[in-house]
Ligand binder design. Structure first.
Ligand SMILES: C[S@@+](CC[C@H](N)C(=O)[O-])C[C@H]1O[C@@H](n2cnc3c(N)ncnc32)[C@H](O)[C@@H]1O
Length: 312
């Protein structure tokens, strides 16, 4: 990992955070009226937003694919032009040299290091998102049947640390963070405020290159990042994650899913939104077992459905 993944020493300068919401307020359940108001606001916002939370597609890319060979996707896409669309790029070939990773990197370099930037202009869904995640996570770490310990968690594709700050820090003794964009990691140090003291490691690399230390993590959290991995790298990544799990540890995935039959490619941020069946197939291929799955509630209807999976 040392070759490709820079481990940044955690000599953190703790500064006051620009984020004013506390963890406890984040996890409060929203009442119905508030959700309705929020939903309406989000519908209005959608028109001006961009990035990973675009509206559901009409699935026109679900036409029969030409099945380009690995590495040929972009060339085919350009040369066949008239008929083929960006959605025909398939997340097949896996390796760090995949141009998808360079394209995504370039995109994220243009995104401001804010919650709104992390959520493609949908900062307002953060509270609902964290509340749903909190409920899902607690079923593993709290209560009489809970087996998963809370010593160490890793936030994969953490961005500026929205999930670490608003969810993970309140439960875990130690947090590691993995992020490919250096500027987001730099911002995380400020954004996390005092909570940054609990961060053990910042890994500055893509998940395709991240190798978790064996049996280190009670929870491996992967949210709104897996669309950036090719199918092969997705499978390999979760094989490594299994090795990185401590006893009774769980991997938690939270991702957009498309209602279309094939992955949708977002040419703006170079990510794929996969159908749920494709996600499940890749998870199975990695050797992980799905032990719980749930759809996020109370998100605006105009955006992709979001599903949570717990794996062992
Ligand atoms: C939609 S944001 C989500 C951030 C965070 N998970 C959250 O929910 O607030 C996607 C994040 O994934 C990061 N990312 C993109 N490609 C990645 C890759 N191959 N490996 C690791 N992180 C990646 C981006 O830099 C960005 O910070």
């Amino acid at each position: 990992m040392a070759d490709v993944c820079d481990q940044i020493e955690n000599s953190l300068k703790v500064e006051s955070s620009s984020d004013i919401s506390s963890n406890s307020s984040e996890v409060n359940t929203q009442n119905d009226n508030k959700n309705n108001d929020q939903r309406q606001e989000l519908e209005e916002d959608k028109a001006s937003s961009n990035g990973s939370f675009n509206s559901k597609s009409d699935c026109s890319h679900d036409e029969p694919s030409l099945n380009p060979a690995p590495g040929q996707e972009k060339i085919l896409n350009e040369t066949i032009g008239a008929k083929k669309e960006d959605n025909d790029i398939l997340p097949q070939n896996g390796n760090s040299n995949n141009p998808l990773y360079e394209d995504a990197k370039s995109y994220w370099q243009t995104v401001p290091p804010t919650v709104d930037g992390m959520l493609g202009g949908f900062a307002r869904i953060s509270t609902t998102d964290i509340a749903g995640s909190n409920k899902f996570l607690r079923s593993f770490i709290k209560g009489p049947k809970a087996k998963t310990k809370t010593r160490c968690v890793v936030d994969c594709g953490c961005g500026i640390g929205r999930i670490t700050k608003r969810l993970l820090l309140q439960y875990f003794d130690k947090v590691d963070m993995v992020e490919q964009d250096t500027k987001f990691i730099t911002e995380a140090r400020t954004f996390l405020g005092d909570g940054a003291k609990k961060v053990d490691n910042f890994f500055n690399c893509g998940l395709q290159d991240f190798e978790p230390v064996a049996e280190r993590y009670d929870v491996i959290w992967c949210q709104w990042v897996l669309g950036h991995l090719s199918d092969d790298d997705f499978v390999q990544f979760f094989r490594r994650c299994r090795e990185g799990l401590a006893e009774d540890g769980v991997i938690i995935i939270k991702e957009n899913v498309t209602g279309c039959h094939s992955p949708e490619f977002d040419k703006q941020d170079s990510s794929f939104t996969r159908p749920k069946s494709a996600l499940v197939e890749l998870i199975n291929k990695s050797g992980c077992t799905i032990i719980k799955q749930e759809k996020q509630k109370n998100f605006p209807k105009s955006i992709f459905d979001v599903w949570m999976f717990a794996l062992m």
